[in-house]
Design a protein around this ligand. Structure first.
Ligand SMILES: Nc1ncnc2c1ncn2[C@@H]1O[C@H](COP(=O)(O)OP(=O)(O)OP(=O)(O)O)[C@@H](O)[C@H]1O
Ligand SMILES: [Mg+2]
Length: 376
């Protein structure tokens, strides 16, 4: 089966052998080589793009199609294509020099902007988490190292991603992470820095729970990527979306450490620094993150978490209660035994007295008897 490229076509699925869509007549072999195999996520109107797995003469690739024609989105899309063409890194999908083009639809109603990139085998981390559950600290350290290395390359090229989150990171079968979705990538130019310094508006992007406040205000900086990366790690370590976790009202810090089973204080501190509300308190470069990871001392015993402290208190209270109950029971038994002993000794004394009186009476009777015998 192959899909029709036209987002407005109402019956997009076609048998393999067709050259044109049976419904709208659009070409099914794009640029005379690419055939759309299946959408990589639902084809819904609220997305700005559609994304397909495609066949390029036997090689599987990915085609991203811009469905929003607003000039601002076109600019972002073109920027994404340029950046991916320019970057060469195993953690970033490659795009061939001819991988960006436009396609005119059959009715000439509009041009579609298209981007062909390498297909990354595997799942994104949101899908992976649903299947595998929260990750261990060891895995989190490995993944943080990999993403920091990708960001180092990106930032060195004076670019920043601006939309790091689990669904934009893919894991391949070799255990390597690949950063996708460069739709919001930005060049750190002098003009850009002057613009945010002067409070002028710049194109903003926003993923609730992952985007730092300065970026919501349209003032994203490279350290904004570190904030989103920290939030991504929290999601992966806890299995909870950052919006479902509580925040310290006074500091704005996310309260997440208690929900992780085993977390060394040193690594927890690093993740907290990454997503510090004030950008100046975050590591300033990806290189510094990598250095912190290398010098991480994970031997210090983790302090008891709040829930663990609560458990210890409950144990103390229950044990103390049991000890008091045991002591009371012992005292009651001792008292009863004491009373019992007193009653027994009184009875014994009475018994002895009676026996004594009995003995006296017997000896008096005997004496009387013998005196009578003797008198006789
Ligand atoms: N090169 C690729 N190879 C394989 N799968 C990919 C690739 N790029 C993206 N995907 C998959 O498609 C999904 C959507 O892609 P992408 O994030 O680029 O689109 P998007 O339109 O920006 O979506 P959103 O902004 O809502 O995250 C990704 O989460 C990932 O699962
Ligand atoms: Mg995405």
């Amino acid at each position: 089966m192959s899909y029709c490229l036209n987002p407005r076509c109402e019956k997009r699925l076609n048998p393999d052998e067709r050259s044109h869509c049976h419904n709208c007549g659009s070409q099914l072999l794009i640029e005379k080589r690419y055939r759309l195999i299946r959408p990589l996520r639902e084809l819904e109107e609220h997305y700005q793009t559609e994304i397909f797995e495609i066949d390029d003469g036997g090689t599987t690739k990915v085609l991203k199609v811009l469905t929003n024609h607003h000039p601002q989105w076109v600019e972002l899309f073109e920027r994404q294509a340029k950046v991916l063409q320019q970057l060469q890194h195993p953690g970033i999908p490659g795009v061939d020099p001819d991988g960006y083009f436009t396609v005119a639809l059959k009715d000439n109603s509009r041009e579609l902007h298209c981007l062909v990139m390498d297909f990354i085998v595997g799942q994104n981390l949101e899908q992976w988490l649903l299947q595998n559950g929260p990750i261990s600290e060891d895995r989190a350290i490995d993944w943080l190292t990999q993403i920091a290395e990708i960001l180092e390359q990106l930032h060195q090229n004076k670019l920043f991603h601006r939309d790091i989150k689990p669904s934009n990171i893919m894991l391949n079968p070799k255990g390597q992470l690949v950063l996708v979705d460069f739709g919001t990538v930005r060049k750190i130019t002098g003009t850009y820095m002057a613009k945010i310094g002067g409070g002028l508006p710049v194109t903003g992007t926003f993923s609730p729970g992952y985007t730092p406040l300065e970026q919501v205000d349209g003032r994203a900086i490279p350290q904004s990527d570190f904030y989103s990366l920290g939030r991504t790690l929290v999601y992966l370590l806890t299995g909870k979306h950052p919006l479902d976790l509580h925040q310290d009202e006074s500091t704005g810090q996310l309260l997440w450490r208690d929900t992780v089973f085993h977390l060394s204080p040193a690594f927890g501190d690093l993740v907290d620094r990454l997503m510090s509300p004030f950008p100046g308190n975050r590591p300033q470069t990806a290189q510094l993150i990598l250095q912190s990871l290398q010098g991480l001392d994970r031997t210090a015993p983790p302090p008891l978490s709040l829930s663990q402290q609560r458990d210890v208190w409950w144990l103390i209270v229950i044990n103390a209660g049991l000890a008091i109950a045991l002591a009371i029971a012992c005292m009651v038994r001792l008292q009863a035994w004491h009373q019992n002993q007193q009653q027994s000794s009184q009875a014994a004394a009475l018994h002895l007295q009676a026996w004594h009186q009995n003995q006296q009476q017997s000896s008096q009777t005997a004496a009387l008897h013998w005196s009578q015998v003797l008198k006789r």
